[in-house]
Design a protein around this ligand. Sequence first.
Ligand code: ZN
Length: 403
Amino acid sequence: MQQGKNVFKLKGKIQQYAWGGQTYLSKLLSVANPENKPFAEYWLGAHDNAPAELEGAEPAKLNEYVRLQPETSLGAAVAQRFGRLPYLLKILDVKDMLSIQVHPTKKNAELEFAMENEKGIALGAPHRNYKDDNHKPELMLALSDFWLLHGFKPEEELMHTLSTVPELRFLLPVFSMGGYKELYKEVMEMPQQEVNALLKPLLDRIIPLYQQKLLRKQDEDFWAARAALTYNEGDKIDRGIFSVYFFNLVNVHPGEAVFQDAGLPHAYLEGQNVEIMANSDNVLRGGLTPKHVDVPELLKHVRFEATHPHIIRENNTPGHIVIYKTPAPDFELSKINLQAGEIVTIQSHSVEIFLVLEGKVQVEDSNGFDRKAGDAFIAFDKAKISLRADQDTLLYRASVPKA
Ligand SMILES: [Zn+2]
């Protein structure tokens, strides 16, 4: 353990999941991918499953380092409140759509995690729902044109969808009488045979259009057809396809961000983003996945209400740093834009992780180093650093909001 040194180069972990792309992260991080593996996510955090590594520190693993000296690394206030690095910073490259999911509140996560422990369900068991006792609010910032499903459509819009897609018209009375909850329950609890019978005519109609490239990404049919081609197994049709029509289909442009709190159903469909979230792995799934779907558990945590998508745009803060504000106490994401030759001085409050997306920067503290696109570094509590841009440079910073 070094006395005094509190700024380190940091190396994250590439996570391979089937839905990931092959080239984006390989290029950004300069990691060759000769076998074309799906490089889905890059994790910069202290999650025990894939901790980032500090260069020149002992221990090198960020989770172990923070555990050994919580107060000097996180600062006293954050160490006391969270007891660990509160956030996880990621870059995602979504080639195939991800499962529809919802995350629990902090209180529910604590209750349910304890309950599954009590029942003796192993942490790694495939039917285990709660991996930890934490909530998982998420903020995503688009790096490319990005598509996602985000919360239930407002009532009128959903009525419009259900009345214009002929194969879904049978759901109109369910929704107008029972609202979001009865509508969602209806399709999630439906026997598989019935799902197959109801969705087959829809897919028979839209899949040929998709294959002939006659559908646009603005149309739900495009994603429903793609979901069917990605996730249907044999003659089993994934019931998540209903949800493609229930949820807001949102297109986020580079530089724009979306926040998703507990209870809001969502699914990433395509694109690259920077994502920051509370340090948790608690995911309840609602289809578009070969993974475990626990319907009763899912229904307990979904908030059955309309969502009017709120796109967070850059506010024009004077200076070089743009902060994307959310209500989450666990994390804050900012973007730092420097022109060649510019210098900015930063006083680290708690623990801050920086990732360079473009350009090259000199990090100046007692022992300086440089960082180019794809490189990261970490500044622990009270570190004071200057960033001097060698070229026009873009960085993202993860930090803990001041209480
Ligand atoms: Zn999520």
